[in-house]
Design a binder for this molecule. Structure first.
Ligand SMILES: Nc1ncnc2c1ncn2[C@@H]1O[C@H](COP(=O)(O)OP(=O)(O)O)[C@@H](O)[C@H]1O
Ligand SMILES: [Mg+2]
Length: 260
């Protein structure tokens, strides 16, 4: 469903963030993209929806070459791709409901969005989603009244109300404690399964990735170093991906957490 062909990104600074990435994600597949800080994970998912403009190569979503689209074509195509961010990117002074509905801005017209008049069907769907993630009672609260885990649930609802085919998820748990991180990862993976959604989840935490997904792609210096099932991530492979970084400490810390 998603296909990256020889995808290259070189920033104006000369940083070669992606070196000819080849990647295919079939419909409904959830994969974790792991790798050390600076490996190119954020660049990769941002090149897919062209928040970052690729230097060369092709990105295909179904039969559409995203890298060829003009701005109106791109706006339409972006509806198919929901994004979830590490820092949630909510509008703090708006309510939970308003933040969720902002996910529909790619659909409702400009004037309608300016006056914040959303169709009743959108409002109904927002309530359904909030109910699903356990936030129904919070619909009228301001975003800045929520905990980190609750904010990320709002971010998830905002992405899903777009009715995307693909979720692009950038370090969804990096600002959360270990227990909340697991809950959020589980929730994202469950929702993808329920809706037949494909997802690329950027995640620094190897143990967390291994717990929830069937496919892991490891990036290092902008190149794919590993692509396989989580159980194939043996220590040698992890050392190849993470170099001298202390990945063992991450796994150990997490095991202790689970044991408690
Ligand atoms: N806006 C930018 N301008 C210049 N270089 C960037 C920019 N964003 C990222 N980079 C560089 O690209 C590389 C990959 O970064 P990034 O995609 O953020 O990696 P990750 O998400 O895996 O930490 C790094 O070397 C980083 O310094
Ligand atoms: Mg990143």
């Amino acid at each position: 469903m998603l296909k990256l062909k020889k995808l290259v990104k070189t920033y104006a600074t000369g940083d070669q963030a992606l070196k000819s990435i080849e990647l295919e994600v079939p419909e409904g597949q959830v994969l974790a993209l792991i790798g050390p800080s600076g490996a190119g994970k954020s660049t990769l998912i941002r090149c897919i929806n062209r928040l970052v403009e690729p230097t060369s190569g092709e990105v295909w979503l179904g039969d559409t070459e995203l890298t060829k689209l003009n701005s109106s074509g791109l706006r339409r195509a972006r509806r198919e791709m929901g994004m979830i961010f590490q820092e949630y990117a909510l509008v703090e002074r708006l309510t939970v409901m308003e933040n969720v509905l902002s996910g529909r801005l790619g659909y409702v017209g400009f004037w309608r969005s300016l006056t914040r008049r959303f169709p009743q069907s959108d409002v109904d769907e927002a309530f359904r989603l909030l109910d699903r993630v356990g936030l129904l009672a919070m619909a009228d609260k301001r975003a800045d009244e929520l905990s980190g885990g609750q904010r990320q649930r709002v971010g998830i609802c905002r992405a899903l109300i777009q009715n995307p085919k693909l979720l692009l998820v950038d370090e969804p748990t990096a600002s959360l404690d270990p227990k909340t991180s697991r809950q959020i990862m589980r929730l994202i993976c469950e929702l993808c399964a329920e809706r037949g959604l494909a997802a690329i989840i950027n995640i620094h935490d190897v143990a967390l990735a291994q717990m929830f997904v069937q496919r892991v792609v490891g990036l290092r210096f902008g190149a794919v170093e590993f692509d396989g099932p989580p159980e194939a991530l043996v220590p040698d492979v992890l050392t190849t991906i993470y170099g001298e970084e202390d990945w063992e400490a991450t796994i150990k810390k997490d095991d202790e957490e689970v044991a408690q």
